[in-house]
Design a binder for this molecule. Structure first.
Ligand code: SF4
Length: 493
């Protein structure tokens, strides 16, 4: 039987559904966190939008179906009603009796902020099953997260009427479902080309089955659909299939051409003088700062908007002109609002002069400005620090092109090339998403020993980001010193 989750996987790519059925890889941490968030949002919508709806969940699939049919005949509002036509099964978020004519309103809830084709397609699949079971829908509502709504104990949803759009997609969804039902019993994987659909917000977990190693045309920055098609028409999927003649004939932008040339010719192009000059004008003390933040679809604290970034941790390294170094950090370790404690400590830890250095500094600046608006007593220092900000990412982008970075300028791509002794590989927490998930677990941990270990892991991760920035700047400065020395020798010769 085709479930709605299987339909979603198959709609993205039938081959993905086949692999899911036959290989059963565990969910990635990212996908699992999206699933958890979706459940949280649906439960919240139940409480705030449809408290009158009764759950029809019972132990087991058959029990769910029977309870749902019973509630349908009694015209009860339902939460998580389940229906099956024998080949497909769906769970409706909320089903509400409407009018006298045995009609219903389907209300679906999503953690996203705008209507997407994927949402409409999933709902169209549900519509086809409900129709086959004789559940007549008079309306379909889609509840999405309203990012302009401040959380004050009330709901944070906006409602969109998607009835017409869903009806217009129903026949297409029906045909797609029939095709996917046959995949359930296919002995071999269906033929599917790789492409953009393999990535996106929920990337396919089976890339290793379909993709070769090496960069592809989808790694070319800002590649339009038209240019993508031009590559595919020539049978080109990977960069190493591109010839010089292709490059001359395909109308790529200067940046795209530069990217392709760097990758296929394994080019290394580093402007050492440029990088050194960029960091040389920064003022001491250099304050290296990295925040970690949490962002939830349903905010936890009053006055916070959905998906607003809440800082819970920072690491700071201060480098003085005399070479002395100070390290400071803050990590909130309880479930209350982290911002008051963090802001008070940050006020103490920041310098009143010197440059603030961060990697992708618009993020750090935005956190500082938000804290300044929340805590006026600290505002002057936070705002003046934000105004003295320098972005190390831009220095790297301007001056370093290296084929091994694969066109990425994230610290995780830059470090193996420029500072190979620094690595995230051995850390328990290895990226921003993990830091967020790890922190949520940390603040709820009741075992003292386990909590201390989690705190250490969390600090290690944030600290490595800062250490990487410090060493990058030191490296660029050493390049400057080398050239200054060479220039002095040339001048005296
Ligand atoms: S990697 Fe792409 S082509 Fe392969 S199964 Fe996944 S989505 Fe389909």
């Amino acid at each position: 039987m085709l479930t709605q989750y299987q339909y979603k996987l198959g709609a993205q790519c039938p081959k993905q559904l086949y692999f899911h059925l036959n290989m059963k890889k565990p969910q990635s941490e990212m996908v699992q966190s999206l699933i958890d968030q979706s459940s949280e949002v649906k439960d919240y919508a139940w409480k705030h939008l449809y408290p009158e709806a009764k759950s029809v969940r019972s132990p087991g699939f058959i029990g769910d179906l029977m309870q749902s049919m019973l509630a349908t005949s009694l015209r009860n509002p339902m939460a998580f009603a389940r229906f099956s036509d024998g080949d497909r099964e769906v769970t409706c978020d909320f089903l509400l009796p409407y009018g006298e004519a045995q009609s219903w309103i389907l209300a679906e809830v999503r953690a996203g902020t705008k209507v997407t084709d994927v949402y409409l397609d999933e709902i169209a699949f549900k519509y086809t099953v409900l129709k086959s079971k004789g559940v007549h829908l008079a309306g379909i509502r889609l509840h999405l997260i309203d990012t302009s709504a401040e959380y004050r104990g009330k709901h944070v949803f906006k409602e969109v009427d998607v009835f017409k759009e869903v009806i217009s997609l129903a026949a297409q969804a029906d045909a797609k479902a029939n095709r996917l039902i046959s995949v359930l019993s296919d002995a071999e994987a269906p033929e599917c080309q790789i492409g953009r659909h393999c990535g996106g917000k929920t990337p396919c977990a089976y890339r290793d089955q379909c993709w070769d190693e090496g960069l592809s045309i989808w790694d070319i920055p800002f590649l339009s659909a038209k240019k993508e098609q031009q590559f595919l028409d020539r049978g080109i999927q990977y960069l190493d299939q591109i010839s010089t003649a292709d490059l001359a004939e395909l109308d790529l932008t200067e940046k795209q051409e530069q990217f392709v040339a760097t990758m296929i010719n394994k080019r290394i192009d580093i402007d050492m003088r440029g990088a050194a000059a960029d960091v040389d004008c920064w003022s001491f003390p250099l304050v290296y700062l990295d925040f970690e933040t949490d962002a939830r679809a349903i905010p936890v604290f009053d006055g916070v908007k959905p998906y607003e970034k809440i800082p819970f941790q920072y690491s700071i390294t201060i480098e003085h002109q005399d070479g002395s170094v100070e390290k400071k950090w803050y990590l909130h370790d309880s479930e209350d609002d982290p911002r008051p404690g963090l802001a008070a400590r940050l006020f103490e830890d920041l310098e009143v002069v010197g440059s603030l250095v961060s990697y992708y500094d618009s993020f750090e600046r935005s956190v500082l400005r938000k804290l300044a608006s929340l805590y006026p007593k600290y505002a002057t220092r936070f705002l003046s620090t934000a105004d003295r900000s320098e972005d190390l990412l831009q220095v790297v982008k301007r001056n370093i092109r290296h084929f091994e970075m694969g066109g990425s300028y994230s610290l995780k791509s830059v470090l193996p090339v420029l500072l190979p002794h620094l690595s995230y590989g051995d850390l328990e927490v290895q990226n921003g998403l993990q830091a967020q998930i790890h922190w949520r677990a940390l603040i709820q941990e009741s075992d003292r020993v386990a909590k201390l270990k989690m705190i250490r892991d969390q600090i290690e991760y944030c600290d490595l980001d800062v250490q990487a920035m410090v060493e990058l700047v030191d490296l660029f400065k050493s390049w400057g010193e080398y050239y200054a020395h060479q220039d002095a020798i040339s001048a005296s010769a």
